[in-house]
Design a protein around this ligand. Structure first.
Ligand SMILES: [Zn+2]
Length: 61
């Protein structure tokens, strides 16, 4: 996985940027925060509920 030099704003192969010479850090791959997972689940449930309401409304007309 390529690292990213924030100084040059470009991807860098290796641990040191070959343009500016600054050491670059591997991009941290953080897991999705728990509150975001909760928000996504709530959104999906809400959309499913609205879809159910719409289908039900269409079925009655
Ligand atoms: Zn750089």
């Amino acid at each position: 996985m390529a690292a990213w030099c924030e100084h040059c704003d470009r991807p860098v192969e290796g641990e040191v940027c070959e343009v500016c010479g600054n050491p670059v850090t591997e991009p941290a791959r953080e897991p999705i925060p728990l509150r975001w997972r909760f928000f996504i689940v709530v959104t999906i449930i809400y959309l499913a509920y609205r879809l159910y309401q719409l289908v039900s409304w269409l079925g009655h007309h």
